[in-house]
Every structure is written in structure tokens, then in C-alpha cells.
Ligand binder design. Structure first.
Ligand code: MRU
Length: 345
């Protein structure tokens, strides 16, 4: 996959600045922790698995210049670093999963010298990045089996190479189906307010020669009623133990519409997106973002600048509207409350 969303290069995190796409393919080198925090916050790097990787590599930026051999001081620095990175965005659990994994790696090796601990942490963060690439491909293998010749699929937001180390979750399913020679079409919802579908998904799918058609978000119901959608594939930011799933705002609408029209609705997500500590979606923290994102369209005001705005970035799709989860461990089907913990733990 030619798109490397995030890399470790010359002691910095190199990301594609996704806010500039599709007009410019511009890389940004984040060489200190504040820059990567801001890049996550401002969606320069985004999508649950990519945020997790950015968090893990961000830990390296936070601790790499810690001097000397003071283990207690290092532990304090590591905890501060993890806490700071965790404050960037609240919903995608992959961030917290990756930060916890980094912390555990350090805490279980405190008997070693600091240079050795730092080396272990760098290796761990790069392992998280590499693992994501193979996990995406495993999900794609399972997911592509759900696509038949002649299908028309719908997707929302960007759950592609840009949202992961490469290849993607929901879009990875399309890439694999294409590699297998299947003929299918994809409709991409534009995904207001930040247009991840229009800016990122339509760009990614076009770059990979997938037959993609962009629609305004409110066109989905009409398309389904006309019988033009066979399957919906979406990614996820956090899945509770019962299958309730947080994903980009508007995903719940699509799931409800799919349910009404009896269209299979699939969530494609790695096990690092499952939060088994949460029994249901009620406990999932939902990020609320700046009013400007709704008032403006690509920095141009489209509404009264003093109008009240409500801007949750995610919603929660109830598990009963999800046909199955596509994970790197295979498909998870209902009853989710039983099958998710069995498959993920
Ligand atoms: O606000 P974003 O762009 O980070 O939201 C991303 C999504 O909602 C994606 O669909 C989700 O992270 C799945 S990514 C493989």
C-alpha cells in the first residue's frame, strides 16, 4: 500500500497532514510531544488505529531526552507523558490501549538501565505500528468474503489507510475484494462537518481504482430506499462488551436506515478498538468539538457566526443494528455480549 500514514523517521514522527488532503499530499514531522498532541487534536493524524500508533510514538518523543539514571524521575516523566497524550482526544480507545501497553512495557522492565528501557519502548511502539499493518490485512481477508460480485457498498468517514498504519479497516475490505478480482461499487458519505468521506475516503478509493461515488450524508436513505445499497461497512472508535459501537457522527443514522431496509451493517475493527471494561455504549466518552467546524465549511463561514452549535464528533450505534464485527480474529456474530468477550479476551 503506497500510503504510509505514520512513520518513525530521524527521531521524529512523520505523518501525512490529513487536514491538507486532497488538495496537497504534505508530510509533517512531529519532533516533540506538543506537536504530536496538537496533530492528534487537530486531526492532522486521525482514525482510531492511527491515533493509537501516534500515541505510542508520542511516548518516545516525551521520554527520549530524559537525562541520567533516575528511575523514579523517569517513572514520573513517563506517567506525565502518558497523561498528556491521553488528553488529546477521548473517544478512540486505541489511544488509551496503546499508551497502557507502552506504560506496561516500561514498568515491567524497571530493573534495566534507562537507555535499555528507552530502546524497549521504541521497539514496542514500532511493533504496534507493524502489527497494525498485518491486523488490517487479516481483517481484510475475513471482510472481503462478505463482498459478492455486483455488490454496491456504503461507507462513512474514513476507515482506510489514512486511519491506520496503512491499508485500513473498512476500506481494507474493499482493497482485498478488489485484489481478489471482485467487481463492486462503493458509495462514500461526505461526513460533515470535517468531510473525512469527501476529502479522504473518495481520494483514497480513487487512488486505488475503486469505483467510488461520493454522496451528501443525507442521500443515504434515498439510495437505500431505491434498493441501491447491498451492504454497509464502517470502522469504529470504541466497541463496548455488548457490541454498542462509537464511530463518526452519523454512523448510527446509517445503521438505523440499514436495519429498516434490511441491509447488512458491518463494523470492521481490530481487537484494540474493543473496550471490554464497558458493558454497554452508555459509558463511551463522546468528544465534542469546536462550533467553528459546523459554522464553517473548509474555513469559509456558512452560518451565522454567533449561532449556537452542537457538535458531537461521534455517536453510538446500538449493537442490535450490527450484523457482525469483522476483526483480525474473524467474524463476531450475535449474541455479542457472549461472543465479543470470548473472541477478544
Ligand atoms: O474524527 P476522526 O476522523 O478521527 O474519526 C474517525 C472515525 O470515526 C473512523 O471511522 C474510525 O476511527 C475508524 S478508523 C479505522
Amino acid at each position: 500500500m503506497p500510503i504510509a500514514t505514520i512513520e518513525w523517521k530521524n527521531n521524529c514522527i512523520r505523518i501525512i497532514d490529513q487536514t491538507k488532503l486532497p488538495l496537497k499530499l504534505k508530510h509533517l514531522d512531529c519532533c516533540n510531544i506538543k506537536t504530536i498532541w496538537k496533530a492528534i487534536k487537530e486531526l492532522k493524524v486521525r482514525g482510531a488505529p492511527a491515533i493509537g500508533i501516534a500515541g505510542a510514538l508520542g511516548v518516545i518523543l516525551g521520554i527520549k531526552d530524559f537525562p541520567g539514571q533516575d528511575i523514579e524521575g523517569f517513572k514520573k516523566k513517563l506517567d506525565q507523558t502518558v497523561k498528556y497524550l491521553a488528553s488529546s482526544r477521548p473517544t478512540a480507545v486505541n489511544l488509551f490501549w496503546a499508551l497502557e501497553r507502552m506504560k506496561k512495557r516500561a514498568y515491567s522492565n524497571l530493573n534495566l538501565s534507562l537507555p535499555k528501557i528507552k530502546k524497549l519502548l521504541l521497539d514496542e511502539s514500532l511493533k504496534i505500528l507493524e502489527e497494525d499493518k498485518s491486523i488490517c490485512r487479516k481483517m481484510a481477508d475475513y471482510g472481503a468474503k462478505l463482498i459478492q460480485d455486483g455488490d454496491t457498498c456504503l461507507t462513512v468517514c474514513n476507515a482506510g489507510a489514512l486511519a491506520t498504519a496503512d491499508y485500513g479497516t473498512a476500506l481494507g475490505v474493499f482493497y482485498r475484494a478488489k485484489e481478489e478480482g471482485k467487481a463492486f461499487k462503493v458509495y462514500a458519505c461526505e461526513t460533515r462537518p470535517l468531510l473525512q468521506g469527501a476529502r479522504l475516503t473518495s481520494w483514497e478509493l480513487k487512488e486505488h481504482n475503486i469505483d467510488v461515488t461520493l454522496i451528501a450524508d443525507n442521500t443515504a436513505g434515498y439510495l437505500m430506499k431505491e434498493g441501491k445499497i447491498d451492504k454497509v461497512f464502517a470502522g469504529a472508535d470504541r466497541v463496548a462488551a455488548n457490541g454498542d459501537t462509537a464511530n463518526k457522527i452519523g454512523t448510527f443514522n446509517l445503521a438505523l436506515l440499514s436495519h429498516y431496509h434490511q441491509i447488512p451493517f458491518y463494523i470492521v475493527a481490530p481487537s484494540s478498538t474493543f473496550d471490554l471494561k464497558l458493558k454497554s455504549g452508555k459509558g463511551i466518552p463522546i468528544e465534542h468539538r469546536k462550533p467553528q467546524e459546523v459554522i464553517c465549511l473548509q474555513s469559509k463561514k456558512v452560518a451565522h457566526f454567533q449561532v449556537k452549535v452542537y457538535n458531537p464528533a461521534f455517536d453510538v450505534t446500538l449493537h442490535k443494528f450490527i450484523r457482525a464485527f469483522v476483526t483480525e480474529k474473524g467474524l463476531i456474530k450475535p449474541p455479542f455480549a457472549k461472543n465479543i468477550p470470548n473472541a477478544i479476551e
